[in-house]
Design a protein around this ligand. Sequence first.
Ligand code: 5GP
Length: 245
Amino acid sequence: MVEKLYEGKAKILYPTEDEEILLTYFKDDATAFNAQKRGQIRGKGEINCAISAALFEWLESLGIPTHYIDRPERDRMRVKAVKILPIEVVVRNIAAGSLCKQTGLPEGKILPYPLVEFYLKNDALGDPLLTRDRLAILELATPQQLEQIEAMALKINQHLREFFERCGITLVDFKLEFGLDSGGQLLLADEISPDTCRLWDKAETDPKARVMDKDRFRRDLGEVESAYQRVQQRVLEQIAQLRNQ
Ligand code: 5GP
């Protein structure tokens, strides 16, 4: 077995013979609250890999550059090697999670416009929210790159919102990561999955029953695996429908 390049909480990165290409292995491991809570979600690796692959491929077809190449195995994705920017980009359409905790906004409040936020990707510091000036002082990205990231994040939000709407799912919020390839091009990286998005079933009004994402694990709501499976089923069905159009 090739020695791993990097192991994160949900994925392991392996080098390949081509230094421009990496292999990402999606794990069943689940963590929350900065890894204070740990567990496993059976089948999560394969599900998140399949959902991410389908969404990356579809976003790429809409002109969003991503790191995705292909999915040689159910839980493995080949991606372009990028230098990940240490910034977590969160887009919110509806108030939930840390936004409610930190501002007092009620969960479920529809925001007047999509909110793009930047967090420092640093577990030891607890991924703090960054201001524009903190971003500038930390020099994590150039002002041009930040502008490009924000524009891409908003475009991705528009596409994903419409897509999930067709799946009968409300896209509440999500986290993106970006990287630079060897030529300095900005690419959407990491994953898009129920681990990184808040997804609410449109057919359910109950605030617990509607949750189809990692909040089921974070908040001990049960039926985590089946929620992830249902997201996968709806996403893949929708992708198949779009392909046939
Ligand atoms: P919040 O700031 O409300 O905790 O998270 C906002 C959104 O970004 C949620 O959809 C959440 O899943 C995602 N998110 C934020 N930080 C992380 C992170 O470190 N890991 C993962 N997997 N998702 C995150």
